[in-house]
Ligand binder design. Sequence first.
Ligand SMILES: [Zn+2]
Length: 117
Amino acid sequence: MIVGKCPYCDGNVIAQKLSVQGQKVMLYTCENATKEYDLTESYVFSAEATCRFRIYSNALKHWNKRSIGQYEIKNLLEDGRIKVRLHGRKGTREYFKYAITDAEYGISILWDEEVHQ
Ligand SMILES: [Zn+2]
């Protein structure tokens, strides 16, 4: 399923269901950012890959956002940034931050920018 246009190369960004270590996750990947296992079993960009855009739906789990949904990715691709709801450790309240695409990490949070609701 296509969720939008890649911010880096104008290819299509495709949502794929994956199972990683028994956990179901979505991968949002540019069609030109294919990965494969090389001879040493390392998971690397394939020789044909011309792009690096890949975001896993659990990319923000460290901030207790369980999953990034398809609509969030769609908005991220259209607007260049999205508001994400994050949580502190158990019992602390939720808060909002902006997230943008990141060439190295796929998605990154703008910690210094306040979100006014
Ligand atoms: Zn791309």
